[in-house]
Design a binder for this molecule. Structure first.
Ligand code: SF4
Ligand code: SF4
Length: 69
């Protein structure tokens, strides 16, 4: 299975990763704010992640790390 790490407090909620994911697995967590006051990116279903790392490459702030077992 893939492992996605989101460094939540560095996220600026731009949504580029949400758009980049071909499986539509990322969302902006509108129920929480990070230390910067943004709704951070969040994973919805890690079991469907194909570890393509499009999300990580798209993020301008290197917030997301993708690992594959
Ligand atoms: S690694 Fe690929 S499939 Fe997994 S969350 Fe990122 S963009 Fe989506
Ligand atoms: S692309 Fe990066 S900064 Fe933008 S919402 Fe996704 S994780 Fe946050």
């Amino acid at each position: 299975m893939s492992k996605i790490t989101i460094d939540v407090n560095r996220c600026k909620g731009c949504g580029l990763c949400v758009e980049a994911c071909p499986k539509k697995l990322l969302m902006l967590d509108n129920e929480n704010l990070n230390d910067k006051g943004y709704s951070p990116a969040a994973m919805t279903d890690i079991t469907k992640c194909i570890a393509c790392a499009f999300c990580a490459r798209m993020c301008p702030d290197c917030v997301i790390t993708v690992e594959k077992d």
